[in-house]
Each structure stands twice: as structure tokens, then as C-alpha cells.
Ligand binder design. Structure first.
Ligand SMILES: [Zn+2]
Length: 342
């Protein structure tokens, strides 16, 4: 069965060249996928816009309307970091709808797995506001759509973007049917994602936050995955894995200070694909979040496709971090205890 990618040129029309989250990010990814003859190994899924009903499972009508009106008025900023361009509303609808489409295709058995190459990103967007370069929360919209279809009962969202996905966590913190896991630099934007934010109400225990100090790299992330993510995913028994794939935890990213290499990133992707194979018949869909060093971003996505195809190739032209890595043993021990893993 095929590995799919979602893409549409409208994703390039959400653009502000002077902003780090600009259309060149996706152009760089596509250029690399073409150069490495990857696209011909994949099935293109053409996206559709998210419906009003799909959006409103996550966002208030007034938030959706605010994004629409800002775009219609020619664009501007919805918060100090988050721009809207004239075509951003269409792009954002197609970003959320594109991920919904990819999830539908995987659940229908039309494709094995996939990666939605969408912009704008989504994991910071909350029910009521755009923030952190995000307009609509693509992964939350897609998870709610999958649950509403009734084909899955439990979804595990893994977010390895360097920033905490505050919007995604808020969408599901009280929901026992969605597990949200995030590794992120901390303290850092947006300020949420403390180790003791573990969900509440019926969702108590279905949030795993791993707030990392700067300079944690391949070994530290591997320890987090082995000691925490694997056992908690096994305990949760998901029917579907969604990955908020941000490549800004790479050591050369201009916005953050973590120490992952492309090889380390490829390993994380491989572990998640193995988790999906072991726990939910391989059903896994990646979606693009951050990543602002263009070659890293492109190779990171290329490596995710190798992994989704079951190909052992890893592209790492940039190599390991020159900085010494920081250990995470104490944090991992504290988190194991907090999540009842001792
Ligand atoms: Zn990020």
C-alpha cells in the first residue's frame, strides 16, 4: 500500500517573505523531495477545505470569522507573531482539511500512511485565538474528525516540535480519547507544557509533557522515547497515531537551542512508525508544524518519508551538533513517577 503526501499550491499563498514561517519552507521541502526522486514513490492526496462543522469542533465561530475577515481585509497580524495574508483563510482551511483528508485515506485503507505537507502550521492555535504562526489547529481538527467518524476510539498525538503545542493540549486535556505527548524546550515560547500538566478531569493522565532544558539531543530524546513514550503509548492502546512534526529542535535551527541531529530526528520518526505498527496496524499520519532552517526542514521531511516507506536511508548532510549534550535522567525519573511507570 502507498505512502501518501498532501500538497496544494494554495499552501504557498499564505506568505510573508520577511517572516520565518514563510512559503520558502514548503518550497524547500518540495525541491528536495523532487531532487531525491521521492515524489514519484508517493501518492498525492489532493486536499479539500475543512468544513465549518469540522472547524467548529475545535474553534469558536468568532475565531474562524476573525481569520476570514482579516484575510478579506487584505491581511495583517492577529497577534505579534502571527500574520494573515490575503489568501491565508483559504490556505488555512485547506491545511486543516488536507490533514483530515490524509487521516480519512489511512483509516479507509486507501493508503498505508502519510505526511500532510501543509501550511500554515497549527499546534499553537487555540479554540479562540490564532498564535505562534498558527491560524487553525490542523492536528486537533483532524483528530476530532476521525473521532466523529466513529472509526477510531483513541488517538495518540506525538508533538516533537521544539515548542509546546499549547493549542492541541488545551483541545484534549479533558478528553480521555486523545493522548497528547510533547517534547519541547522549556522555559520557552509559549510558556506552557510543565511536567505536571498531565491532563484533567476525565483526561487526567492523558497528557505527557517533557519540558527539556536547552542542548538536549539525540541521546536525551531517545531516553524519553524509550522510558516514557513507548510505555505510555502501550498503556493507552491508540487506534491511530498523529505526529505534529516540527524540525525546529535541530541544533542548527535559528529559533531554538536544542541539540537534535537529522539522524536523531529520523530515529524519532522510526520509533513512532514502529509504535503505530505495533499498536494500531501502522496507521500513522505526520503533519508539518515548525522548522526554520530550510535544509534541515527539507531533509527531516525526506527522512520521514523514507521511514514511512520502510526504507532505511537517512539523509544527514549537516551532521551532529558541535555542542555537548545535556543529560535528562532526573527529568525522566520524575516523569516516570508522575505517570505511574515505576
Ligand atoms: Zn515550533
Amino acid at each position: 500500500m502507498d505512502t501518501a503526501y498532501v500538497y496544494d499550491p494554495v499552501y504557498l499563498e499564505h506568505d510573508l517573505p520577511s517572516h520565518p514561517e514563510n512559503a520558502r519552507r514548503l518550497q524547500s521541502i518540495l525541491h528536495t523531495l523532487e531532487r531525491e526522486e521521492m515524489l514519484e514513490r508517493l501518492k498525492l492526496l489532493e486536499p479539500r477545505p475543512a468544513t465549518v462543522e469540522e472547524l467548529q469542533r475545535v474553534h469558536t465561530p468568532s475565531h474562524v470569522e476573525r481569520v476570514r475577515r482579516a484575510a478579506e481585509a487584505g491581511g495583517g497580524y492577529l497577534d505579534p507573531d502571527t500574520y494573515v495574508a490575503p489568501r491565508s483563510f483559504e490556505a488555512a482551511l485547506m491545511a486543516a482539511g488536507g490533514l483530515v483528508r490524509a487521516v480519512e485515506a489511512v483509516l479507509a485503507g486507501e493508503v498505508a500512511n502519510g505526511f500532510a505537507l501543509v501550511r500554515p502550521p497549527g499546534h499553537h492555535a487555540t479554540a479562540t485565538r490564532a498564535m505562534g504562526f498558527c491560524l487553525f489547529n490542523n492536528v486537533a481538527v483532524a483528530a476530532q474528525a476521525a473521532l466523529a467518524q466513529g472509526q477510531v476510539e483513541r488517538i495518540f498525538i506525538a508533538d516533537f516540535d521544539v515548542h509546546h503545542g499549547n493549542g492541541t493540549q488545551a483541545a484534549f486535556a479533558q478528553d480521555p480519547s486523545v493522548f497528547y505527548f510533547s517534547t519541547h524546550q522549556y522555559p520557552f515560547y509559549p510558556g506552557t507544557g510543565r511536567w505536571n500538566e498531565t491532563g484533567h478531569g476525565a483526561g487526567q493522565g492523558t497528557v505527557l509533557n517533557v519540558p527539556l532544558p536547552p542542548r538536549v539531543g539525540d541521546a536525551g530524546y531517545a531516553e524519553v522515547f524509550t522510558e516514557l513514550v513507548w510505555p505510555l503509548a502501550e498503556r493507552f492502546q491508540p487506534d491511530l497515531l498523529l505526529v505534529s512534526a516540527g524540525y525546529d529542535a535541530h541544533w542548527s535551527d535559528p529559533l531554538a537551542a536544542m541539540n537534535l541531529s537529522l539522524t536523531g530526528y529520523a530515529w524519532l520518526g522510526r520509533e513512532l512508525v514502529h509504535m503505530a505498527e505495533q499498536l494500531c496496524e501502522g496507521r500513522i499520519v505526520f503533519t508539518l508544524e515548525g522548522g526554520y532552517e530550510l535544509d534541515v526542514l527539507a531533509c527531516g521531511v525526506l527522512n520521514a518519508f523514507y521511514t514511512l516507506l520502510g526504507d532505511d536511508t537517512i539523509a544527514d548532510p549537516i551532521g551532529p551538533s558541535p555542542r555537548r549534550e545535556r543529560p535528562v535522567d532526573d527529568l525522566v525519573a520524575r516523569l516516570k513517577k508522575a505517570h505511574g511507570l515505576n
